[in-house]
Design a protein around this ligand. Structure first.
Ligand code: ADQ
Length: 514
């Protein structure tokens, strides 16, 4: 395998490079690193190491040459053609895998030529990784777009150590089995030494799929893979992602951020309760269920603008995929209907914003929100929930959190909901509004402690530690107990739904979805 002169001990591969193309006043394009959780985490693990990032720069056609970003990170773009973007990214990744991995909330689309493009692009990524990986390097592959990469890299470069992390759920075998390419995907992943998932249930789903669909022996959290010339064990476990607690809390504490939060509230007419939802406009996020519940609360006069004001931020997302176009029409139609019926001049029932915002504006919005609605039907983690509690250094606010998020398995003091249960969701929203501030502060304090102790830097170092020791678990140095119980030891069947201090045991969910 040919290598460039520049090789690195740590190689990150993700669908997107952490950069945005910026065109200056002279018309010249430059690339600027886009701040984000993953970048912060990778910066922390790259400190003192030689690191490179392989990914697509976000525009079809020619890619820029490899370059060093402002923060010193070496970025190696993988060019994708228009067809590759349409078939590998919008098609197979977002219209085949995404629905299958999210409980088939919308039907998945299967096209053999999409899978062909997925294979070809995964090969491009594998080759780019091998070009920049030094002898014996650590390669960390991210997410569902690159599931064939681990085996492709192993075949080209048996000297490197390969880890893969799934940002989204891994589906139960009954759903995964629908994929015509299920064997290829599992075999692609099994090229890794270590596979990290958001929840215990996700890693168990993966291990079960290997056993049932490939007939491979499994024991605990490992899968045995033997070929004529080699026998290996691959370890899969949960290592839930987090956010840069310190960085975001600092931003939320800045006087300008706090001032902006006050301005937001004032411009909304200083409501008694500001209720906020912030999501990518995606059918997994349960935005429609939330709006339905809120509409019924308006109809029943339990909430009324401007006393209660609801702001829904829906970030534009995957706008060329048909299911997302349909979702946008549906949500915007529903918001229009509620506003037509329940708004008064100067007091809209729902304030709907279809925009992306800079980080400081998001932090101000979080600080302004008395109640944050996080109601996905299925979500790998949901960073909005963690960002919200991180910004609440004043210990104010209340988090309504769906039990179908990864975050639910960590933030036990949230006001827990099943978004399919519209009646239950309405009651939970009302409880979040009405619980006395002192009690809410206690709950918020506990959630903040959790995120502060399990931040993104800790996530990244845990992942790399697991990868370095795989297929064994990393051992704790003798005489030194782990500082806190690992988040991933909580198995899903332990039913944390019943645990939140503020929640009575939930009633059984009604069978009919919304
Ligand atoms: P996403 O599905 O994108 O991520 P999420 O975890 O909530 O979902 O992250 C969204 C991010 O976008 C947050 O950092 C949020 O602040 C930001 N954001 C949302 N709306 C915005 C807006 N209008 N303007 C600016 N920023 C906005 C996938 C998986 C998740 C998993 C993450 C990380 O689907 O389950 O938590 O990866 O692993």
């Amino acid at each position: 395998m040919p290598r460039t002169n520049e090789t690195f001990d740590l190689v990150i591969a993700a669908n997107r490079l952490p950069v945005d193309r910026v065109v200056g006043p002279d018309g010249e394009a430059t690339w600027r690193t886009s701040p984000g959780g993953l970048v912060t985490a990778m910066e922390s693990v790259m400190k003192g190491r030689d690191g490179a990032w392989v990914g697509w720069a976000g525009e079809a056609g020619q890619a820029p040459d490899p370059f060093v970003a402002d923060d010193g990170m070496y970025l190696h773009p993988v060019p994708l053609s228009e067809d590759e973007v349409a078939h590998y990214y919008e098609g197979f990744s977002n219209d085949t895998l995404w629905p299958i991995y999210h409980d088939v909330i919308v039907p998945a689309t299967f096209h053999r030529y999409w899978f062909g493009a997925y294979q070809a692009v995964n090969r491009k990524f594998a080759e780019a990784i091998c070009q920049v990986a030094a002898e014996g390097a650590t390669v960390w592959v991210h997410d569902y777009q690159l599931q064939l990469v681990p085996t492709m890299v192993r075949e080209l470069r048996p000297d490197v150590r390969i880890g893969w992390f799934n940002h989204i759920p891994f589906p139960p075998v009954e759903l995964f089995a629908q994929l015509p390419w299920r064997r290829a995907i599992l075999e692609g992943l099994l090229g890794a030494d270590y596979l990290g998932f958001q929840r215990v249930a996700d890693s168990q789903n993966f291990i079960r799929a290997c056993r049932q669909l490939l007939g491979l022996p499994t024991k605990g959290d490992t899968v045995s893979v033997s070929r004529s010339d080699s026998a290996r064990r691959v370890r899969a476990s949960a290592v839930p992602i987090s956010i840069d607690f310190q960085g975001l809390e600092e931003l939320a504490k800045q006087p300008e951020t706090q001032q902006r939060a006050r301005e937001i509230r004032e411009s909304l007419g200083d409501p008694q309760t500001l209720i906020v939802g912030v999501d990518r406009l995606d059918y997994t996020k349960g935005i429609g269920h939330r709006i339905k519940a809120y509409g019924e609360l308006l109809a029943e006069d339990k909430v009324a603008p401007p006393r209660e004001t609801f702001v829904q931020v829906a970030t534009p997302s995957r706008e060329r995929v048909a299911a997302y176009q349909a979702l946008r029409s549906e949500i915007e139609g529903e918001v229009g209907r509620l506003n037509g019926e329940y708004s008064r001049i100067g007091a809209p029932a729902v304030q709907y914003l279809h925009h992306a915002y800079p980080r400081h504006e998001m932090a101000s919005l979080y600080l302004a929100a008395d109640v944050m609605l996080v109601t996905p039907l299925r979500d790998g983690m949901n960073l909005v929930a963690k960002e919200y509690v991180t910004c609440r250094h004043d210990e104010g606010g209340a988090l309504v959190l769906s039990e179908f998020t990864g975050a639910f398995h960590e933030l036990h003091q949230a006001f827990v909901c099943n978004p399919h249960d519209i009646e239950g969701l309405k009651q939970t929203i009302m409880r979040a509004i009405q619980t006395p501030p002192k009690e809410k502060r206690r709950l918020m304090r506990a959630m903040r402690r959790r995120v502060a102790d399990h931040d993104v830097q800790r996530w990244a170092s845990r992942f790399l530690d697991n990868l370095a020791h795989a297929p064994e678990r990393p051992s704790v140095p003798p005489g030194q107990a782990p500082s806190r119980p690992s988040p991933h030891v909580r198995a899903v069947h332990e039913a944390p739904a019943n645990e939140p201090a503020n929640e009575p045991a939930p009633a059984p969910a009604p069978a009919a979805p919304a």
